[in-house]
Design a protein. Structure first.
Length: 192
């Protein structure tokens, strides 16, 4: 299937747009997995499938063009909205993960009790991680690291030296922020 899609792909930019629009709406469920006990595997699967189907339907069925900024924005907004409704409905219509699985996950990751109340009540001995703000900062820095290096390398390959070096610098700054934070907190926190 990917070979067929690649054959009809007109540019690397087109590939990125396809990945972005087909992944739209999945970010919330993948992040909230760490903050809300009720999200299960079906929540995540439904988000991925619905994002793919909705984005393709908007492009092929309704003729919206990802090369047009306004239409691209509508594809993104509509896909995120519909995908969110779908995964929330699926979350409430399906059974949660087993209690043993949720307890094991809770004990290993030690998330905030606010979204994990029913499971936290079953494991009062677990000391909750207080690194929420640091983890958020590291997440933002990680995004800067990955996208900075990725797009910076692409710009350099396209002989756009100034933007390429700027993006690589942004990526390196993201990596430095993570390195410094984990050095401060202790590298063992990564595997706790």
């Amino acid at each position: 299937m990917s070979a067929v899609v690649t054959f009809y792909m007109g540019s690397i930019g087109g590939a990125w747009k396809l990945l972005i629009v087909t992944g739209a709406g999945t970010g919330a469920v993948l992040l909230l997995r760490w903050y809300w006990w009720r999200i299960n595997a079906w929540s995540e699967v439904s988000a991925m499938v619905s994002a793919f189907v909705v984005s393709l339907l908007l492009q092929l069925g309704f003729g919206l063009d990802t090369d047009q900024p306004r239409q691209f924005a509508w594809i993104m907004i509509t896909t995120v909205g519909i995908t969110t409704v779908v995964w929330l409905a699926v979350t409430f219509l399906t059974t949660p993960e087993s209690r043993d699985t949720l307890l094991a996950f809770y004990r290993r990751t030690r998330p905030s009790r606010s979204g994990w109340g029913p499971i936290a009540a079953l494991a009062p001995e677990v000391k909750v991680s207080s690194d929420g703000l640091s983890n958020l900062l590291d997440w933002i820095a990680g995004c800067a690291l990955i996208y900075g290096v990725l797009f910076g390398t692409g710009k350099l390959l396209l002989h756009e030296t100034g933007p390429g070096l700027l993006l690589l610098g942004l990526g390196l700054l993201g990596g430095f922020v993570i390195y410094r934070d984990l050095s401060r907190r202790g590298w063992a926190t990564v595997v706790e």
